[in-house]
Design a protein. Structure first.
Length: 187
């Protein structure tokens, strides 16, 4: 149902822009509409799919804790040990040491969550602990690139000093589909 609703949204946006627009502008607008539909509602829909599982609340809790562990582990290790920039032109404060901290804390949270929360193998937790920081960092860097391309400092002002709501969700959005698939296959 999630995929069908996404495809219908994209098809509707494309048809609407082709009928209403002209040439290059219609293609650009249809691409922007597709991105907007994929970025927030489609990826966030995987959280609802996790929640629909019999142990859905635990899965969503683990997913959120993995995102928090990624951010906290990256921040602490980056502040204490960060010397080598990860992607200086996109996000100058991110470091390889911070990414290592993200892996360490997310793996610990993943193992505890998998074993205690889901009764699964510790290997599932290790897989979560590796997968979450990878996808979260890519999501965070992608959102930073979008901000730089749009020449924005923040994506909103609702959370002062945090860059807006999307800066809090960017890593979680890309991580949700991967955590859902991993848990669906392994648990």
């Amino acid at each position: 149902a999630l995929l069908v609703s996404f495809m219908l949204t994209v098809a509707g946006a494309v048809v609407w822009r082709v009928i209403d627009g002209s040439g290059t502008a219609a293609v650009r607008d249809a691409a922007a509409a597709t991105f907007a539909a994929a970025y927030l509602p489609f990826m966030a829909g995987f959280v609802m799919l996790m929640l629909a599982a019999p142990d859905g609340r635990v899965r969503v809790l683990i997913f959120i804790l993995l995102a928090v562990a990624n951010d906290v582990g990256g921040y602490v290790a980056g502040v204490l040990f960060g010397r080598h920039p990860l992607a200086p032109s996109v996000s100058p404060k991110k470091s390889w040491e911070g990414l290592a901290g993200s892996f360490v804390l997310a793996t610990a949270v993943g193992v505890v969550g998998a074993v205690v929360g889901l009764g699964a193998s510790p290997l599932v937790g290790v897989a979560l602990g590796v997968l979450a920081p990878l996808t979260a960092t890519i999501g965070d860097l992608a959102e930073s690139m979008i901000k730089r391309d749009l020449e924005l400092k923040d994506m909103g002002s609702l959370l002062p000093g945090h860059g807006g709501i999307l800066d809090r969700l960017d890593s979680m959005l890309l991580t949700a589909p991967f955590v859902y698939v991993l848990l669906a296959l392994a648990v």
